[in-house]
Design a protein around this ligand. Structure first.
Ligand SMILES: [Zn+2]
Length: 156
């Protein structure tokens, strides 16, 4: 069950997964997140969104305070889906368009005007393989330039 707002840690709690990296690499810019993690904070986020200045506002989902009570009764992510609130705990992969159970966020902390990408774990694994191939190709090309091959003549 999602906890009440007062019991939860700060929202910016997604832990970086890439703790190692080259100099200048900020591991805080790669974060793991999941439906389950989002589920833990959904009651808090709902309250932050719809309870302002001591009163509940309206929502497209109906009465915000009644929905808040229903959210707090949810025991699973599926319960939340049944309330029509799937978008409060899910993301879409920027590469394949799937709605994964777990994903990486790469870039700024999500916020107004922030820039980040949501990438599902299979796509992230594919990117790793592509990066390995690209590094190999770049190393070969750079090596050729250093051996005097130079830029290709575009007239050829
Ligand atoms: Zn994907």
């Amino acid at each position: 069950m999602p906890q009440d707002a007062g019991d939860l840690p700060a929202l910016a709690e997604a832990e970086p997964v890439a703790r190692l990296g080259p100099p200048g690499f900020d591991p805080g810019r790669v974060r793991f997140d999941s439906c389950e993690r989002q589920f833990e904070s959904v009651a808090k986020r709902w309250r932050q969104q719809y309870f302002r200045n001591g009163r509940w506002g309206g929502t497209i989902y109906g009465s915000a305070d009644e929905t808040y009570a229903k959210i707090r009764e949810c025991k699973t992510v599926a319960d939340l889906y049944a309330l029509g609130l799937k978008n409060w705990v899910s993301e879409r992969c920027a590469l394949c368009g799937s709605e994964p159970d777990a994903w990486l966020e790469v870039g700024d902390e999500p916020d107004y005007e922030a820039r980040w990408l949501t990438i599902c774990l299979p796509c992230a694994e594919h990117l790793g393989a592509i990066a390995t191939e690209a590094r190999r190709a770049a190393t070969t090309e750079i090596g050729a330039v250093h051996e005097g091959a130079g830029p290709k003549d575009i007239a050829q």
